[in-house]
Every structure is written in structure tokens, then in C-alpha cells.
Design a protein around this ligand. Structure first.
Ligand SMILES: NC(=O)c1ccc[n+]([C@@H]2O[C@H](COP(=O)([O-])OP(=O)(O)OC[C@H]3O[C@@H](n4cnc5c(N)ncnc54)[C@H](OP(=O)(O)O)[C@@H]3O)[C@@H](O)[C@H]2O)c1
Length: 292
């Protein structure tokens, strides 16, 4: 089978599509034929920096595909599934024509969107769910999402609105205002200084800004970014954990039309270097998919 591998860290040129042996499912695992994955910032960091598993390694966290075989699991061949694999911790990369994963990481794919598009959901969606849990939003709260048109931010805005919160959006550039409004944001800006100090019951920061002054007393500031937290009480980081229950909840929302996945581009596996270059240029609205 073919897989996207690195044997050293560096720019997109370290990505190679290689033939490696087909995997076989161990007890409790499922063998999945990949339909698509997506690019996430962690893939770029794992490619570029000395983090993650020992090399050579297969990259990729998101998986959408079809079950080929299982070893003592409830899944059946032919079922369409999605999963998030914490590649940086486990070394189980998903940018591969065949992937074996423990069954507890899988959930059935949405039925109302193409299977390939479902690859936009796992890492960004589960991250948004778990970070929003830490914001403890209730009806009537005012939330600021920083990076609101990004992959995590775009899902977080939609989920937060379901709690009855008002959601404001800080985006990177004027060209992203329309998208933020389409997601449901009330007030949209690309300028931090436009935002009212001490006005927010919660802030979800996906871009690593120093925006603690916007938090109301007693508010919750949750960051998923690598940058240090602002020095305000109530500031915490959120680190995504593999959780197929959270993924199943997201699938249900997609299937009832309550969560919109945004796809910016679909690149076949052989274009993985170009896909990385496109992503690193920034300004992308929606996920970049890798199709198999
Ligand atoms: N802690 C965790 O468990 C976890 C999980 C998932 C992701 N992450 C991290 O969270 C970050 C976001 O992930 P993602 O997948 O959502 O990435 P993404 O799709 O690239 O979204 C980031 C968004 O932030 C915007 N942005 C950048 N600088 C900004 C600024 N100064 N003001 C407002 N918006 C700004 C970007 O706009 P432009 O594209 O125009 O620059 C983009 O829309 C990444 O660093 C990722 O590694 C952490």
C-alpha cells in the first residue's frame, strides 16, 4: 500500500509517497481502507520539527474510510467509519491507503455528506468539543472565538451557538468577515483592539493571542494554541484527547444539518507536497483534504 512518510524533518519536500507493507488488524483492531484524510497544523509541525514519533513515520490524524476487516470488534466489512488518531503520541498515522486502529477510536461516518468530506471532522471537531466543555458556556453567555474561521474555530462557533451563547469572532483578515458571519458570529472583526475589554464570559483562542484583557471577571479563557496563556485567572489550555463518543455526537449533528463542514480543497495523495504548501500559505477557508 502507499503511505505519506517522512524519514527526516523539514519542508514539504521531506514528504514522500512510499510503498510499505499492508497492515493486519491485531485483536480489538479494525482495518480501514482510507477514502480521505485532512491536513491539520499538527501535521505540519510534526513534519517540520523534532516532535512526534521516531522516524520514519506515517503522518496524519484524520481518517474517513471503509472497514475491510476486523479482529473481534463490532464493526463489519463495508461499514463507513471515521476516526481521530493521535499520531504524535502513538505513531499511528492515517495518511495511508490502509490503516489499522483500535475499534474504540472509530465511529460510523455521517450518512448525509460524502465519505471523503467527513475527513474534515475528527481532529478539528473533537478539539472544538473538548475546548468548549472547558468554557462551560450557558445560555446568554458572551463568547469570543479567536481564529473563528479556522478549522477548530469554525466548528466551535457553530457548537457554541447551540448553547444559547452569543458568539463574537476575531479573524485574521477582512476577507474572512463574511465567512464568520455565515457561521453565525454576531460581531466580527480582524482587529483585537476593536473588541470591548472585560466583556466576555469566555474566550476560546485558537491563534495564541494575548487577549486576557477581554475576559470578564470570573470568565473562562481556553486556549488550544502553542503560545503561552495570558496572565489572567481562569486561563487554561485544552489538549485534545481521542474520544469516539465526542466524534459520534458530532456525526449526529452533521446528519441533522446542525453542523456544516467546510472544505477548501481536495488533493489526491500524490499532491501532498502542494497541499502542505497551500496550507502553509495561510488564509484558507475550510479544510484541505487528502483523497485516496
Ligand atoms: N491543543 C490541542 O489539542 C489542539 C488541537 C487542534 C489544533 N490545535 C492547534 O490550534 C491551532 C488552530 O488549529 P486549526 O486546525 O483550527 O488551524 P487553522 O484551520 O489554521 O485555523 C487557525 C485560524 O486562526 C487564524 N488566525 C491566525 N492568526 C490570527 C490572528 N492574529 N487573529 C485572528 N485569527 C488568526 C487563521 O487565519 P489565517 O489562516 O488567515 O492565518 C486561521 O483561520 C493550531 O496551532 C493547532 O496546532 C491544538
Amino acid at each position: 500500500m502507499r503511505a505519506v512518510r517522512i524519514d527526516r524533518h523539514g519542508g514539504p519536500d521531506v514528504l514522500t509517497v512510499e510503498e510499505i507493507p499492508d497492515p493486519a488488524p491485531a485483536p480489538g483492531e479494525v482495518l480501514v481502507r482510507t477514502a480521505a484524510s485532512s491536513l491539520n497544523p499538527v501535521d505540519h509541525k510534526t513534519r517540520a520539527q523534532h516532535i512526534g514519533p521516531a522516524l520514519p513515520a506515517t503522518l496524519g490524524w484524520d481518517l474517513a474510510g471503509t472497514v475491510v476487516a476486523t479482529h473481534g470488534t463490532p464493526f463489519r466489512p463495508g461499514e463507513q467509519v471515521i476516526a481521530m488518531s493521535a499520531q504524535i503520541a502513538t505513531g499511528r498515522g492515517t495518511w495511508s491507503e490502509l490503516v489499522t486502529l483500535p475499534a474504540h477510536l472509530l465511529t460510523h461516518a455521517p450518512t448525509t455528506i460524502p465519505l471523503t468530506d467527513a475527513a474534515a471532522l475528527p481532529l478539528a471537531g473533537v478539539t472544538a468539543v473538548q475546548a468548549l466543555e472547558k468554557t462551560a458556556l450557558t445560555d446568554g453567555d458572551r463568547l469570543l472565538v479567536i481564529g473563528a474561521t479556522g478549522a477548530v474555530g469554525g466548528i466551535a462557533v457553530q457548537l457554541a451557538l447551540r448553547t444559547g451563547a452569543t458568539v463574537d469572532a476575531l479573524v485574521s483578515r477582512p476577507a474572512h468577515h463574511t465567512e464568520a458571519r455565515a457561521l453565525g458570529a454576531a460581531h466580527v472583526t480582524h482587529t483585537l483592539t476593536d473588541l470591548p475589554p472585560t466583556a466576555y464570559d469566555a474566550v476560546l483562542d485558537t491563534a495564541g493571542l494575548d487577549a486576557g484583557h477581554l475576559l470578564a471577571p470570573g470568565g473562562r479563557y481556553v486556549s488550544i494554541a502553542d503560545e503561552p496563556l495570558p496572565d489572567v485567572p481562569g486561563a487554561v489550555k485544552s489538549y485534545v484527547q481521542e474520544n469516539s463518543d465526542h466524534l459520534a455526537d458530532l456525526v449526529a449533528l452533521v446528519d441533522k444539518g446542525a453542523l456544516r463542514l467546510r472544505i477548501a480543497a481536495r488533493h489526491p495523495l500524490d499532491e501532498v507536497r502542494a497541499a502542505h504548501e497551500r496550507f502553509e500559505a495561510g488564509g484558507v477557508l475550510g479544510k484541505i483534504l487528502l483523497t485516496f
